[in-house]
Design a protein. Structure first.
Length: 159
């Protein structure tokens, strides 16, 4: 592989049109294609079928060094004019997408939690701290850092 190249492995894809029987046929065909690809990868890399299937499900990207390490490639093409790094990496496209969406949604979710908890406790929103949804505290003057779970228990007693 070229030292600047990336390799990506993923599940086979297709487009289908028709009724539910046509969709079943398309799904069966994709299953067969995936098995065929796994057969080739297994022979080439010696990795387990389960591991290869996981890599495909995750849409795994890898640089040339990682592809060699995993057995997908034989060697890196050398350019004597450039220094070659031995750093290897692989990442899951889907995991990266999920992580990014989680990071983008967290501030909105925390703001909603903060406002809701402030309303429930009848205190100003500025006195609510949200580290994550499982760790919300209320910074009131009576009790410093009251856990929301304790406030919820107190509120349920009032009901």
């Amino acid at each position: 592989m070229a030292p600047t190249s990336l390799m990506m492995i993923h599940n086979p894809m297709t487009m289908a049109f028709g009724d539910h029987e046509d969709m079943k046929k398309a799904m069966d065909m994709l299953d067969e294609v995936k098995e065929s690809i796994i057969n080739a990868y297994e022979i080439r890399t010696g990795l387990s079928r389960a591991k290869l299937s996981h890599y495909m499900d995750s849409e795994t990207w890898m640089n040339a060094n990682k592809a060699i390490e995993l057995g997908f490639a034989d060697d890196v093409l050398r350019d004597e004019k450039r220094a070659v790094t031995d750093e290897a990496f692989a990442f899951s496209g889907k995991a990266a997408q999920i992580s990014l969406m989680s990071k983008l949604c967290r501030p909105v979710k925390n703001a909603v939690v903060k406002e809701t908890m402030a309303q429930m406790a009848a205190i100003p929103a500025k006195d609510v701290t949200v580290n994550d949804t499982a760790n919300v505290t209320v910074n009131d003057s009576e009790e410093s850092g009251t856990k929301v779970s304790n406030l919820e228990k107190r509120l349920s007693l009032l009901k």
